[in-house]
Design a protein around this ligand. Structure first.
Ligand code: SAM
Length: 251
């Protein structure tokens, strides 16, 4: 399979785990459009293969995006899309748990970005790391800028009924998507690793992520408190479906 085919398959795979993933992206893009004139710079935190980055560039033809990620295999996929955007997309290899990650932006971002965005990614961080990333992003943002984070957050023991509904809803979404041919997570990675040169990157990926387990789930209020603690004067949600949200912080 080609890299382009695998990017489509990534979208199907992710949409199996995130109901109405495109609507969540659209909500973020709508806010970017309402908040900016057409000429602005966005940093996509943990951009993966460039899902949200390319959607921003496709919607706003004068926008620039800098995508940051730490996975060498996904960075390879993201970089395969750089040329198509003729200088508007840059991809940076950086670990968001390393406090020096902003240094990597120096070469590619001229001036303060107007927005930070992220999708389905920051749940990989510990609460302390999340707070650091929000605070650092706040410091780097242009005055009046916005951070938008779309992620699958989780209900906890305070709301047991909706927690059960959300879990059942996830299972229904996955069952439907897999029946329609979406690849499960592990299958997508096997397909990617089968491409030429990807085996070397797989070894580097294994090295970088060794010992990094996924974090216990966090609820939306942790993110809202972290955004406020990070300095954002106004925080809230602009989209929600079950336990999937877009949270925002306005500088
Ligand atoms: C499920 S993917 C989401 C990718 C993309 N944003 C999307 O919505 O399709 C999660 C991403 O978080 C990235 N990630 C996890 N920990 C990271 C870290 N410490 N620094 C940078 N990226 C990280 C992974 O490499 C992966 O690309």
């Amino acid at each position: 399979m080609s890299l382009a085919g695998l990017i489509d398959r990534w979208d199907s795979q992710q949409a199996a785990y995130i109901a109405d993933r495109e609507k969540r992206f659209d909500a973020m893009l709508d806010v970017l459009g309402l908040d900016n004139d057409g000429d602005f710079t966005v940093v996509d935190l943990a951009c993966g293969p460039g899902s949200l980055s390319t959607r921003v560039l496709d919607r706003f033809d004068r926008a620039r995006v800098v995508g940051i990620d730490f996975d060498p295999m996904l960075l390879h996929v993201a970089r395969s899309q750089v040329d198509a955007y003729e200088g508007r997309l840059s991809i940076v290899d950086a670990d968001l748990t390393d406090p020096s990650w902003p240094d990597r932006l120096g070469d590619v971002v001229a001036g303060a970005p107007q927005a930070f965005v992220s999708s389905t990614a920051l749940h990989w961080l510990t609460p302390a790391q999340l707070l650091d990333v929000y605070a650092t992003s706040y410091g780097l943002l242009a005055p009046g800028g916005t951070l938008l984070n779309g992620d699958h957050l989780r209900f906890d023991g305070r709301t047991p009924r909706v927690k059960v509904w959300a879990q059942a809803h996830d299972e229904q979404t996955q069952a439907r998507a897999f029946a329609e041919g979406a690849p499960p997570w592990d299958e997508w990675w096997t397909e990617l690793a089968a491409l030429p040169h990807l085996a070397e990157l797989q070894a580097e990926r294994d090295r970088r992520f060794a010992g990094r387990d996924s974090m216990p789930p966090t609820a939306v209020d942790l993110h809202l408190a972290a955004l406020a603690q990070a300095g954002f004067g106004e925080v809230g949600t602009v989209w929600q479906l079950s336990d999937d949200y877009v949270v925002y912080g306005a500088k």
